[in-house]
Design a protein around this ligand. Structure first.
Ligand code: AHZ
Length: 313
């Protein structure tokens, strides 16, 4: 027999008591691990399952309505950023919003749907830090499967207590306010994100007004990738809001120019908004790098450093 903590009071135990031994103070259940046809689970009420999820998820949403940093997009850049930021500043409430059900963006595969992932040096240091094994090819290293990198960084990020990931949730807009640091009150500052369940965000054309939700934070980090169904989200919104004159538009592939341009260009592109990863190529008009991921990791780390700098000034 295994002893479990008491069940939540609000759900009375209404189970068939067959095979169930319970006492008033400390309920003891007859459970059995037996793979030969006699496996017995601890009893449960269906509503307990609902409440176990609901109270955690909605408490989390309540708490994270005010965050310290919001990261938009959980691709290789967003996850690398989240890892470095959350490890460096365990006091910060870091909230990641990912439109897809599966976090990871394009980093589940290398190039042309092949599995190995190429990382140019010196970004192999981040793989070392995560403990991701690779083969050394001189100027670059190769992880045997991109999913090994992505699943490792994702599990490390999710295990950090100050990080929350809301997937299947899309950022639909940015919150902007007059920047309190501008004495003239002319400059706009990005001060949060406007969110909706992705399935709702994809159906605005078919249903009448389905209003969104909001999360405020003093720093937003946009890592939404290059242009696509949802990609380059903040870069495009900065243009439509008049905070950026025009998109630079991603240029053709040149690995040697693309990777340093992304890492060295990682910055606060508008007050309160840092941009990282391939979204920057659309903002700045820098080259595409193709299937080499070192710049995503290094740009994510630089974005995390930028966030700390902004929060500390
Ligand atoms: O789902 C998107 C993906 O997981 C997510 N995303 C985009 N718009 C969003 C929105 N709200 C919430 N409005 C959103 N989430 O952002 C993630 C972007 O991941 P990615 O892998 O596309 O971008 P990255 O910059 O992290 O990595 C780019 C990897 C590439 S693309 C490329 C090339 O085409 O040449 N080369 C590399 C290395």
């Amino acid at each position: 027999a295994v002893v479990y903590g008491s069940l939540p009071d609000e759900v009375p135990l209404l189970l068939n008591k067959n095979g169930l031994k319970a006492d008033a103070t400390n309920r003891t259940y007859d459970v059995k691990e037996d793979y030969e046809g006699n496996y017995r689970f601890a009893p449960i009420e269906e509503a307990q399952v609902s409440r176990a999820m609901i109270k955690r998820y909605f408490n989390m949403m309540y708490e994270r309505a005010i965050s310290d940093v919001v990261i938009i997009g959980a691709g290789s850049a967003g996850l690398s950023c989240a890892y470095h930021l959350a490890k460096s500043r365990p006091d910060l409430k870091i909230t990641i919003i990912e439109a897809n059900v599966a976090p990871g963006g394009g980093a589940w595969l290398g190039g042309q749907l092949m599995t190995p992932m190429v990382v140019r040096k010196p970004a192999d240091r981040f793989l070392e830090e995560l403990g991701v094994p690779y083969e050394d090819e001189g100027p670059f290293v190769v992880v045997k499967h991109a999913a090994l990198f992505t699943s490792t960084v994702l599990s490390r990020v999710l295990a950090l207590p100050n990080v929350v990931l809301m997937n299947a949730t899309a950022v639909e807009d940015l919150i902007v306010r007059p920047d309190p640091r501008d004495p003239a009150g002319q400059r706009q500052r990005v001060a949060g994100v406007v969110t909706n369940w992705t399935l709702v965000a994809l159906n605005h054309d078919t249903q009448s007004c389905m209003d969104p939700n909001v999360i405020t934070a003093p720093v937003i980090i946009s890592a939404t990738g290059h242009d696509g169904p949802m990609g380059a989200f903040s870069a495009k919104r900065l243009v439509s809001m008049g905070l950026l004159k025009e998109l630079g538009n991603m240029r053709g592939l040149d690995m040697n120019r693309a990777e340093p341009a992304i890492v060295n260009g990682t910055r606060e592109v508008a007050p309160g908004l840092i941009m990282t990863g391939m979204e920057l190529s659309e903002h700045d008009g820098s080259n595409r790098m193709g299937p080499t991921f070192g710049a995503m990791m290094a740009s994510g780390i630089k974005a995390a450093r930028e966030a700390i700098r902004i929060l500390e000034t």
